[in-house]
Design a protein around this ligand. Structure first.
Ligand SMILES: NC(=O)c1ccc[n+]([C@@H]2O[C@H](COP(=O)([O-])OP(=O)(O)OC[C@H]3O[C@@H](n4cnc5c(N)ncnc54)[C@H](OP(=O)(O)O)[C@@H]3O)[C@@H](O)[C@H]2O)c1
Length: 313
């Protein structure tokens, strides 16, 4: 239930500790009854999120995880027994950069003899669709890094993040308020399309923790996180819990792209949703809840736990 300072406890190095996934992993390991030393990486150790973890005994190391900074990246991982690695496509939207940085992090873990690398991968929607949906850089890049990590021989677990519950409110295609006060949620796919939804800050770390602690997983495991639900049910439950009138609208591709207001990024998002016609991000198995230290939140749990004023802005 605390961060260990005992040198015999495994050292876990966490990328993205100030962010959603890395922060969730840190919380999940801090709440474990097993002892871990934790080192969180950030470019800015003065961030409140970094400071809050430092106050709990997490070692915070400032480093920029870019290819031109490989020497300092290696120093930041030195001594790691276990490493959690995520890349942030959203910050630069550059597929090749995400691949290069992901591969560099794999190389670093391999060179330092890390005993268990946990990588936040995703499937290649381009491969799954036979090349039809080829614009979704952040899926395809992560898949390329997964394949690279597998072929490197580093002891590897892949924990794919499900679809963030917060996307419904924050993404460019999020709920749109109508002049009469009702809301519309429009996507270029049928309402029956299912995705694995996750309250990422609350629950993603549970899956990573399970790959470390549950012998049924461990190195060699590949899991998807989240709970399956259709977009139609997402909207229906949101309407029920909030008491607001919310309608799901199946848009054609062009209307969806226009609604995002992003002529460059919109086609990529449309490709992503159209490819979600494949089950569960490409059929990857969702880890059974029985393998986790506690039950993750469903969409309904997330809505109940999150004040409506934080969701509807
Ligand atoms: N939205 C979804 O539904 C969804 C689903 C599956 C996967 N994803 C993927 O999730 C990833 C983002 O993860 P997240 O949600 O945890 O992001 P986040 O909350 O925005 O946090 C990003 C983290 O990455 C760190 N970071 C970024 N660039 C860095 C650099 N050059 N050096 C060191 N640290 C760096 C940031 O640290 P500092 O800023 O403190 O340095 C921060 O802690 C994206 O690649 C996205 O594709 C998203």
């Amino acid at each position: 239930m605390t961060v260990s300072q005992d040198p015999s406890a495994p050292l876990v190095v966490l990328v993205g500790i100030t962010g959603l996934q890395g922060g969730s992993v840190a919380r999940a390991l801090i709440s474990s009854d097993k002892p871990y030393r934790l080192r969180g990486l950030t470019r800015d150790a003065s961030k409140p999120a970094a400071q809050a973890f430092a106050a709990q005994g997490v070692e915070i190391v400032s480093v920029s995880l870019t290819v031109d900074n490989a020497v300092n990246v290696r120093k930041a991982f030195e001594g790691a027994d276990i490493a959690f690695v995520v890349t942030n496509f959203n910050e630069h939207m550059d597929k090749q950069r995400e691949i290069s940085e992901g591969k560099m992090l794999v190389d670093t873990a391999k060179a330092l003899g890390v005993k268990h690398l946990i990588w936040s991968g995703l499937e290649s929607l381009s491969t799954l669709s036979g090349g039809k949906y080829s614009r979704v850089g952040f899926f395809d890049a992560k898949s390329e890094v997964t394949e690279y990590a597998k072929s490197s021989g580093v002891p590897l677990s892949v924990v794919e993040a499900g679809y963030y519950a917060t996307n419904i409110f924050e993404a460019p295609y999020a709920l749109k308020k109508q002049p009469d006060g009702s809301y519309v949620f429009g996507l270029p796919i049928p309402a029956t399309t299912q995705i694995p939804i996750i309250d990422v800050a609350h629950d993603y770390g549970l899956y990573v923790r399970a790959t470390i602690e549950n012998p049924a997983l461990g190195p060699g495991s590949e899991v998807l996180s989240g709970k399956p639900i259709s977009f139609g049910d997402i909207v229906a439950k949101l309407s029920e819990v909030s008491g607001k009138k919310i309608t799901y609208l199946e848009l054609d591709r062009e209307a969806f792209i226009e609604a995002t207001g992003m002529s460059d990024y919109g086609p990529m998002l449309s490709d992503m949703f159209e490819a979600f016609g494949f089950p569960d991000y490409g059929g990857k198995e969702i880890a059974s809840e029985s393998l986790l230290a506690r039950k993750p939140r469903s969409w309904a749990d997330f809505l109940t736990a999150t004040p409506a004023h934080d969701l509807f802005q």
